[in-house]
Structures are given as C-alpha cells and as structure tokens.
Design a protein. Structure first.
Length: 315
C-alpha cells in the first residue's frame, strides 16, 4: 500500500501533492485569494483551505450538493476552522455560474485577480504533483522498499491523480499497469478527458524542461475500471463496505465510502482471484489520516449557508 494518507504533516491525502504546485503557482502570480469548488464534503476544498490558509492566502470554497455521507459535516466544520469563506449552490450548474463570476467578483473585492483552482486541483500544474509521486515510487522500488508492482490501483475521480501517475510511470519506464477505478460518473471522468490531462501535463513539463520525455498515451499501460461505481458518486456499494471493514480489521486503515473504498474493493477482488494471485498488486491510498482542525467552541453550523445544514442533522 502506498500511504499517501501521510503525504503532509498538517493534512494528508492526494490533494496535498497537487497543492504543492498549485499554491506555488498562486504565489508566483501574486494572488491574495485562492478560490476553489467541489462537493459539500470535498477533501480537496478542505486541503486547499488548510494549506492556502497556512500560506497566507484568503480562501473561498464554492461547494455544492452531494449525497449525505459520514464525514461531510466534519469536513465542513474544518473548512470553517481554517477561516475559509464557504459558499453553497444546490446544483452543479449554479455552482459553475458562480465560479464563472468569481474572477470579476474577487478582483473588484480584493483589487487583484484570485487564483482559481478547478475541482480536485486536476489541472496540469497540479497533476505535476503526481508525476512526482510516480518518480518517488520508482525510487522506492529501486531502493528495494517494495517489489515492482504488476498493477497499481488508484481512485479515478477528477483524474488528476491517475493522469500524473501514468505520465510519471511512462516517463521513468515503470512497467506496472495502472488500474484507475471509477468513483465519479462518465461526464466527469472519461478516457478522452484523461488523455487531454495526460497530454497537457506532458506539454507543460516539456515547456519547462525540454528533456522531459515525450510519453505516449497507450491503453496497454492502464485500464479504467467501471465495475465499482455502483449507483454513482458518493453512493455506497456492498463490496465497498466490505473493503472498509477488511482494511480496518486487517491494517487499521480507515477508508471512506466516496473515494477509497471502491478502488480498495477492486484491489481486494483481484488480490484473491486465482489468476492474479502470484502478482504484486499495489493499492494507492489517497485519503487523509491526520486529525482535522477543530472548529472553535463558538462554531455553529447554522451560520453556514442554509443548504449545508442538512449534513449536520443529528450532530
Ligand atoms: C479527490 C480524491 C480522490 C480522487 O482523486 P482525483 O485526482 O480527483 O481523481 C481520491 N481519494 C480521495 C480521498 C480524494 O479526496
């Protein structure tokens, strides 16, 4: 298992690797405010609030409706604890309209353009963080910390993690096959958009350093696995629940139902199926395991936009 839950001391998970480059870019551009968007319980939004706050940026999170699953309320409370401005839209379209207007709105408010990060931080400059991650893995294999994996299982959400890993693996010639396990529906994540992100990230790296290799996007090196999505984004499945129980019981690792349980279920199924038994399978764990920032004792969820209150029902 690749423990990206420990990728940062403040907060771990996969978004930290992207933010390393995104926030550096924001600083280079002289931005004062970072604006990002996502679902109500977005880990990316929380990671941005935390690290952008630490870097001295004002932070605005544009969140939208999602199924109510455990963890949404805790992330929202932590967003507030980071001092982020939290806005809410009930539909994705309304959220997009708000995002479109953000540039002009915050330029007027702050006197300078905000730095806009799209959902999941999955733009080339963020994806570079996962090119780095593949280089890190390759170095760990060379050191003998783990055997060469035959397959690497990773979550396929906004695709940045998988695109960066695939590009980095191709750049260093790692022969492992990447299995990207779908956790978002086809319009969000598909082979065409995946290819575009892979190509654009390669171009960005070659612009910065012409020695970065030209890597071909080849279906022999990866697969998109659609079998574990179930009813859709953030909708649990029985096999995902079993993966949560098994990881907890055997490794003490907490998975989440939205992003990590589905790829973990794919990994477990292949690990026990006879045909693949003798192979080396790597599960890339993308969820944070650090404690969340604690909201002040004066925190009152009713001061959040009204559409977000339902996630606190029963709290
Ligand atoms: C965002 C997220 C993912 C998905 O990564 P993408 O780069 O968006 O595909 C996986 N796991 C966790 C815990 C996440 O927060």
């Amino acid at each position: 298992m690749k423990r990206d839950d420990l990728s940062g001391a403040l907060y771990g998970g996969n978004k930290v690797r992207k933010l390393e480059f995104l926030l550096g870019d924001a600083r280079d551009q002289g931005a004062l405010r970072v604006v990002t968007s996502g679902a109500a319980g977005s880990n990316h939004a929380l990671a941005t609030a935390l690290y952008a706050g630490r870097c001295g940026f004002r932070t605005t999170l544009m969140l939208c409706e999602q199924p109510s699953v455990p963890g949404v309320a805790a992330n929202l409370a932590a967003d507030v604890a980071c001092g982020a401005e939290v806005l809410f839209d009930s539909s994705y379209d309304e959220q997009q309209a708000r995002v479109q207007a953000a540039e002009a709105h915050y330029r007027a408010l702050d006197g300078i353009s905000p730095y806009l990060i799209p959902p999941g931080g999955s733009v080339p400059i963020g994806v570079v963080g996962f090119v780095n991650a593949a280089l890190e893995l390759s170095a760990q294999i060379d050191e003998g910390s783990l055997p060469m994996p035959d397959r690497i299982y990773v979550s396929f959400g906004t695709m940045g993690t998988a695109a960066g890993l695939l590009l980095g693996m191709r750049a260093v010639g790692l022969p492992s096959k990447l299995v990207a396990v779908r956790v978002t529906p086809e319009p969000v994540a598909n082979a065409e958009k995946f290819r575009a992100l892979f190509d654009r990230t390669g171009e960005l790296l070659r612009e910065r350093d012409s020695s970065f290799p030209r890597c071909s996007f080849d279906h022999r090196h990866f697969g998109i696995c659609d079998d574990y999505l179930g009813g859709g984004y953030a909708i649990g499945t029985e096999v995902a629940c079993r993966a949560i129980d098994q990881f907890e019981a055997r490794e003490g690792i907490a998975l989440d139902p939205v992003y990590t349980a589905k790829p973990a279920a794919a990994f477990l199924a292949d690990a026990v199926s006879g045909q693949k038994r003798d192979r080396v399978l790597l599960y890339w764990h993308t969820k944070n395991s650090r404690p969340l920032p604690v909201p002040p004792t004066t925190f009152d969820y009713r001061r959040l936009p009204e559409g977000l209150h339902r996630y606190f029902a029963g709290c």
